[in-house]
Design a protein around this ligand. Structure first.
Ligand SMILES: *[C@@H]1O[C@H](CO)[C@@H](O)[C@H](O)[C@H]1NC(C)=O
Ligand SMILES: *[C@@H]1O[C@H](CO)[C@@H](O)[C@H](O)[C@H]1NC(C)=O
Ligand SMILES: *[C@@H]1O[C@H](CO)[C@@H](O)[C@H](O)[C@H]1NC(C)=O
Ligand SMILES: *[C@@H]1O[C@H](CO)[C@@H](O)[C@H](O)[C@H]1NC(C)=O
Length: 398
């Protein structure tokens, strides 16, 4: 439980930042190594002196849910009644007598969407960090925070120290929407997923990205593309995929559904034809720079002996082309986002073959999202992503 040490590092980093003029709500992001997923922490219930609750980040979850039994601070918990407007606003709501229930697929059963979990909807106070006018973060609370208490059997898939999932979808009651509406700030949130140490989850104002981390007065460029929302999923429209500047020859129908963004899937999953085309170009380049192909290493199919010197930074660059403001824009993935090291000398193409007919032909996973600032702006319906931070000699790690 390195959570608290991490937290102190996180707070002291903000103490050194430049002038901030608008309120911004922030939370630390920790990497959960065994699962390659990420979690944050908030305080729920009485006093901020109690232990924080660690919650997995999920862009597809509508309502935050957690293992209420293990959380001692939930002393002022209230059940939401079936008749309330809160209950009625929940897509997939249900009732158990007077008590509001909600049902949604477990985010862990990525291949089996038929398994749903049913939990009681409850409310309590939530406490998080706020920064404003250049002062270090302070704790602020709001009430009611609506979430749900998971039934014990639905907790499978949650490994300690994580005790629930924080809902970040675009539905009625995801965490970010409750925060931005409680404090009456612009409906935006941004994630900076770290490759090591602690990253940051931002809600509300974005002017304070003007910090040393993001280039200070010389901020790191951000690129925008329309954010599409379908049944609570976040999608971007991919028009083509380039590897080392050359477009992959793909049947355009494969890209029609766009790419889904996921904070739960560890490595980007591609439909077989897309995967094969990427792997072929990648392999060609890797061989040319002196790597030799070796046996796959599950879940990866293409792995390489690196040879004498570390070549991770020289591997193929993949760019996905997206609609911008009247022109094509590109999201660049390179180096550490392209490969995963599986041993001292072997690296693998960090993408997974999702089969011939997956639900989505492209799901962008956390390994590819690390060390970018990614902002979901509901005031404009746009997704903004930064240049690779590593290209600017910085990262999401504080
Ligand atoms: C999904 O899970 C349900 C319940 O555990 C099971 O009955 C069903 O066969 C599973 N479906 C698939 C495709 O695995
Ligand atoms: C989440 O909410 C959206 C509507 O906001 C709905 O379309 C979607 O089905 C919901 N997802 C689940 C899993 O209930
Ligand atoms: C391999 O990819 C890198 C990154 O795009 C590029 O600079 C280099 O020219 C490519 N090398 C070869 C031999 O294709
Ligand atoms: C990053 O660091 C490298 C090596 O120190 C340097 O060559 C490069 O100019 C730096 N890039 C930026 C954007 O500061």
């Amino acid at each position: 439980m390195g959570g608290l040490t991490h937290l102190i590092v996180f707070i002291s980093m903000f103490a050194a930042t430049t002038l901030i003029s608008e309120a911004q709500y922030i939370l630390p992001i920790f990497k959960h190594e065994p699962s390659k997923q990420f979690y944050t922490l908030i305080y729920i219930g009485s006093a901020a002196t109690s232990s924080p609750v660690n919650l997995l980040l999920d862009l597809g979850t509508n309502i935050t849910w957690l293992n209420c039994r293990d959380i001692k601070s939930l002393s002022s918990l209230r059940l939401v009644t079936c008749e309330s407007s809160t209950c009625k606003s929940i897509s997939g709501n249900g009732c158990d007598g007077k008590i509001c229930l909600y049902r949604e697929p477990s985010p862990f059963l990525l291949t089996n969407h038929t398994v749903t979990k049913t939990d009681r909807v409850v409310q309590d106070k939530a406490t998080l960090f706020s920064t404003e006018s250049g002062i270090p973060p302070s704790l602020v609370s709001f009430r009611p925070f609506t979430f749900s208490c998971a039934v014990q059997k639905n907790l499978q898939g949650l490994a300690p120290p994580i005790s629930g999932v924080i809902g970040l979808s675009s539905a009625e009651l995801p965490f970010w929407r409750q925060v931005t509406s409680a404090f009456n700030v612009i409906p935006k949130f941004a994630l900076c997923l770290p490759s090591s140490s602690v990253g940051t989850f931002y809600m509300g104002a974005t002017s304070s990205f003007n910090t040393p981390l993001f280039g200070g007065n010389n901020p790191i460029p951000m690129t925008m593309t329309p954010l599409k929302i379908e049944s609570g999923k976040y999608l971007i429209s991919v028009t083509s995929i380039y590897v080392d500047g050359i477009p992959l020859a793909l049947n355009p129908s494969l890209l029609k559904g766009g790419a889904k963004l996921s904070a739960v899937v560890p490595y980007t999953v591609l439909q077989t034809d897309i995967y094969n085309a990427l792997a072929q170009s990648f392999t060609l380049n890797a061989t040319k720079i002196g790597m030799s192909e070796t046996t796959g290493h599950a879940p990866f199919k293409h792995c390489f002996e690196e040879g004498a010197s570390g070549k991770t930074m020289d591997v193929s660059v993949m760019e996905i082309a997206l609609p911008g403001n009247g022109k094509e824009v590109k999201w660049r993935f390179q180096g550490a986002n392209m490969v995963e090291r599986v041993s001292e000398t072997v690296i693998c193409l960090a993408f997974v073959d999702g089969g011939n007919k997956p639900t989505e032909s492209m799901v962008i996973g956390t390994h590819q999202l690390q060390d970018y600032l990614i902002q979901f702006d509901f005031s404009t319906g746009r997704l903004a992503f930064s240049d690779p931070l590593l290209l600017h000699n910085t990262s999401c790690s504080t």
